[in-house]
Ligand binder design. Structure first.
Ligand SMILES: Cc1cc2nc3c(=O)[nH]c(=O)nc-3n(C[C@H](O)[C@H](O)[C@H](O)COP(=O)(O)OP(=O)(O)OC[C@H]3O[C@@H](n4cnc5c(N)ncnc54)[C@H](O)[C@@H]3O)c2cc1C
Ligand code: SF4
Length: 327
């Protein structure tokens, strides 16, 4: 591990000042410290931002504001989240372990890095995300877990977060504080597709601090859920996951929100499926057709073609569950 200094930020201003001087933000440390141990990340200075707001409060508009330092467990267990955004609660509980969720923060979860094994193998593998221009050993290598949507010739990694999938489905907004003041970004525009710069993973500006995540008011979100399909029942990242919310009126889909995890470099908002479904009968055939509309763009590789059918069936099963079908 490379030597580093450690300080605690008392407020956003002191965090921003430390970042301007070159420090990296430290949340629960469950991802960053692992990457430092592996020398994938080598910050010379860390500024601990866990003393920033961890509050989970109702907004004046009836949504919920989650402080950046809120622990994943606190979010999953909060009454407002469990009752108004159950998909978020379920997604968090489907991830990692209780001990890790007790430490991990809301902001850190957004910025956790891919679990591509070649990314972690600094000594022996080529990885454009670690070293731009080096190549990507995953493309012809072991890529069963990798992306089927939105990948590039330079990187086929997936974003590993469960929490971000319902955040993408439920129109979450990320609150940021930087040198030029405060701004917001929709969660769906926060993470980037890899293109030819997979090392640049988000739209964050240098030193910008995440201060909160906002969930807008949404009656639809109260009927939301999350399903994660993985190799083991616990302690495994998603092969495919689905977050969905559905409103049915007179047997037809009045409104729907859908996002996928485990399939792309970012949490994947399934807008084509949503558009295909609005106004259609709320039945299995329509759910499969909507999944097909989204997955028509899938570009599977040698070993991950199964994800296309897995995503298709999981989308239909989750929508069926929300519609009250037996799934
Ligand atoms: C064994 C194991 C299994 C796991 N399984 C899963 C799983 O199944 N599903 C899942 O979703 N996740 C899983 N995780 C990942 C876990 O959810 C993340 O490690 C965690 O969410 C990261 O949060 P953190 O607060 O610890 O972030 P940190 O490690 O502290 O930081 C992560 C990144 O966020 C940045 N950062 C932190 N706070 C801020 C801020 N306020 N503003 C700007 N940048 C900030 C840091 O600089 C760093 O780049 C697993 C992790 C482990 C170790
Ligand atoms: S898929 Fe991305 S993270 Fe994995 S080796 Fe290729 S460039 Fe690196």
């Amino acid at each position: 591990m490379t030597p580093f200094t450690y300080a605690r930020a008392a407020d956003p201003a002191s965090a921003l000042a430390a970042a301007s001087a070159g420090a990296r933000y430290l949340g629960g440390g469950t991802n960053l410290v692992d990457l430092m141990r592996e020398t994938i990340e080598r910050p010379a200075a860390l500024v601990d931002v866990t003393s920033l707001s961890a509050e989970i409060t109702e907004t004046a508009e009836g949504g919920v504001l989650i402080g950046a330092a809120a622990r994943n467990t606190a979010i999953a267990e909060h009454r407002l989240i469990r009752t108004r955004y159950p998909a978020l609660s379920r997604a968090i509980v489907a991830g990692a372990s209780p001990q890790i969720r007790n430490m991990a923060t809301a902001a850190g979860n957004l910025l956790q890095r891919t679990r591509c094994a070649y990314f972690y193998d600094d000594e022996g593998s080529a990885c454009n995300k670690r070293r731009p221009g080096q190549g990507c050993d995953a493309i012809d290598g072991f890529h069963r877990m990798h992306a089927i949507l939105g990948a590039s010739d330079d990187c086929i990694a997936t974003h590993p977060s469960d929490m971000c999938v319902p955040l993408a489905a439920l129109d979450a907004i990320v609150h940021l504080h930087g040198r030029d003041g405060e701004r917001t970004l929709p969660l769906t525009g926060f993470h980037r597709l890899p293109g030819d710069r997979p090392d640049i993973e988000t739209e964050l500006r240098p030193g910008e601090l995440i201060t909160a995540i906002e969930l807008p008011a949404s009656p639809l979100a109260a009927r939301s859920t999350y399903r994660k399909v993985r190799d083991r029942a616990s302690y495994a990242f998603a092969l495919v996951s689905v977050a969905a919310a559905l409103e049915v009126e007179d047997g037809r889909v009045k409104d729907v929100r859908l996002a996928l995890g485990g399939v792309a470099h970012k949490p994947w908002r399934a807008e084509k499926a949503e558009a295909a479904l609005r106004g259609q009968p709320a039945n299995h055939a329509a759910f499969l057709a909507a999944a097909d509309a989204e997955l028509a763009d899938a570009r599977p590789l040698r070993d991950n073609g199964f994800k296309v059918e897995l995503a298709r069936r999981t989308i239909a099963a989750v929508l069926g569950e929300l519609a009250g079908e037996v799934a």
